[in-house]
Unconditional design. Structure first.
Length: 271
């Protein structure tokens, strides 16, 4: 590009090209040596400097946003789902613990750095986890509205919700994967944590949320449809009461064919 001549040995690996260069020619030669011989001119569009204090403030703001979002989800869960809110809150706590533990382990063994964009991905994960148990609870309540007893409703609702949850999480994971592959910079951190928390959501829903609801269905509080359980048939507008209870009542009222019928009263004045 400039055909320089070596004037002396280069023992330290550092050298410079001297000659009659203007500043523009020197800058162009530097760019060509760095990026190739294409006739490119580089201009500085903007420079961002983030101090330690500013970064700390942004981190605190992200944590406050996560806390507020989590608090709103918890309040909504208890207000709308009542007793079932215990399951949703427990699922969120377990998902948050697994996500925190995973980030710590990745930082120790894979040199993972949690950026502000990564924190945003963790905040979005609150909505992903909440969406999963909302889908399951609504399918469960639909089965109760149709008059099924709680235990059969738990299994039937899970069969209906399982496919929806998997499809939703699959779409979220594929979006995170494509974003991580094509994005650059901090956006990769957002995509990475989004995909990670999506996998955690699938684990929590299948390994904790569903088994927990199955266990609670065997208790009197939930099994009898207590008004504060969130599964009260009357409050949900069920077509009929628990089907099994109706059948037991009908069986009790139905006379036994093997039992002797009472003798008919006779008219003492008849012939």
């Amino acid at each position: 590009m400039s055909a320089p001549e070596v004037q002396s040995a280069i023992p330290g690996g550092n050298t410079q090209i001297t000659g009659n260069f203007t500043q523009a020619q020197a800058t162009q030669l530097q760019d060509q040596l760095k990026f190739g011989s294409l006739p490119l001119n580089f201009k500085t569009q903007f420079v961002t400097s983030v101090s330690a204090q500013v970064g700390r403030n942004q981190l605190d703001a992200g944590m406050v946003a996560a806390g507020v979002g989590l608090l709103l989800v918890v309040l909504y869960s208890f207000f709308y789902y009542r007793g079932l809110g215990l399951v949703s809150v427990s699922s969120l706590i377990i998902a948050a613990f697994i996500a925190y533990l995973t980030v710590v382990l990745l930082s120790l063994y894979q040199n993972f750095t949690l950026s502000l964009a990564g924190i945003a991905g963790l905040i979005v994960a609150i909505g992903i986890t909440a969406d999963s148990f909302v889908v399951y609870f609504e399918r469960l309540r639909d089965e109760v509205r149709e008059g099924k007893q709680l235990r059969p409703a738990v299994e039937a609702g899970w069969k209906r919700a399982r496919r929806t949850i998997l499809v939703s999480d699959t779409v979220s994971f594929l979006a995170a994967l494509l974003l991580y592959y094509f994005a650059i910079g901090d956006v990769k951190g957002f995509a990475y944590t989004l995909g990670l928390t999506t996998l955690i959501d699938v684990l929590v829903v299948f390994a904790f949320t569903k088994p927990m609801v199955t266990l609670l269905a065997g208790t009197k509080f939930f099994g009898n449809g207590h008004p504060m359980s969130g599964l009260d048939p009357a409050r949900l507008g069920a077509r009929t009461p628990w089907r099994s209870a109706v059948r037991r009542d009908q069986a009790r009222r139905r006379p036994d064919p093997a039992s002797p019928r009472p003798a008919a009263s006779r008219n003492p004045g008849g012939s």
